[in-house]
Design a protein around this ligand. Structure first.
Ligand code: COA
Length: 252
């Protein structure tokens, strides 16, 4: 489902619960990667292994050979030179996306269950403007039940912000707080038969000075989202130049 919100310059791979089990033939780690999770609990080792398998599948999609993807500063994955990429995992889902830096200087992907955020989390991850927007969506009658919503908007906001951070970090190499980017979620539409999938766009306006991209400070990051199969996936792309990637994803 991630591929559906990505332009053709980005290669993506994903695995759902029930796909090839972690540790299967397509899921092996390089020794240097094994060392990173040698003392981790089983669940973490599995998600790390599947995430690396997806990352190598994404590299293969770019025509690149399998290589170790180690962890850099603050846990950011270290992609081979000339590649920008991102990895995500949540219950029942793992995915990775990669592109050549001649197309994208950075990208971030995130996946979350399409369920309301736990109580109290929204206040910690949102700006006042975002909360006002969420309240407007809920209408005067208050929040609808999750089943009546096209997507759990609060969780979508959270996922989009995580994707923003994953795209921001390799460029800025410093922390970005949840309150330091203001998100606007654009119009959404159905992307499959019936309500099987809903998709839309979002913009993240940075409230702190951004790192230079194309000779100018980055101020706005653009993303897309898709909700399907009980999951929300988000992707933020930072093009190498205004003409480097098409605005709309090629595959629907
Ligand atoms: C790092 C973070 C974004 C990961 O998101 P998550 O939903 O917890 O977990 P996910 O499974 O989706 O993503 C984990 C992957 O993110 C990647 N990641 C971790 N740190 C990263 C960083 N600094 N930069 C880019 N990618 C990073 C890794 O590939 C990691 O998987 P791996 O350890 O198996 O390699 C999150 O834990 C975090 O610290 N968030 C706070 C910062 C933030 O989101 N600010 C909002 C700004 S608006």
């Amino acid at each position: 489902m991630l591929e559906r919100i990505l332009p053709p310059q980005v290669a993506a791979a994903e695995r759902f619960a029930g796909d090839e089990p972690a540790g299967g033939p397509g899921e092996t780690l390089f020794p240097a990667e094994q060392a990173l999770v040698a003392r981790a609990v089983d669940r973490r080792r599995r998600e790390f292994t599947s995430g690396r398998a997806c990352a190598r599948a994404a590299l293969a999609g770019l025509g690149l050979p399998p290589v170790p993807i180690l962890q850099g500063e603050r846990g950011a994955p270290q992609w081979p030179a000339g590649v920008a990429g991102s990895i995500t995992h949540c219950d029942g889902y793992r995915a990775a996306a990669a592109a050549r830096t001649s197309d994208l200087v950075s990208l971030g992907v995130d996946a979350e269950p399409d369920q309301p955020l736990p109580a109290g989390v929204l206040d910690m991850i949102s700006t006042a403007a975002e909360r006002a927007w969420l309240a407007e969506l809920a209408g005067p009658a208050g929040p609808a039940t999750p089943a009546a919503l096209p997507v759990c908007w609060d969780r979508l906001l959270f996922s989009a912000k995580e994707a923003v951070y994953k795209a921001w970090f390799p460029l800025a190499r410093c922390w970005l707080d949840f309150g330091q980017a203001d998100l606007t979620i654009g119009p959404h539409h159905e992307a499959g038969p019936g309500r099987a999938a809903i998709t839309g766009t979002f913009d993240a306006r940075l409230l702190v000075p951004g790192p230079p991209v194309n000779g100018r400070p980055l101020q706005l990051l653009r993303g897309r989202w898709l909700a399907a199969r009980g999951l929300i996936v988000t992707a933020v792309l930072v093009p190498a130049s205004p003409a480097a990637v098409t605005a709309e994803p090629a595959r629907h």
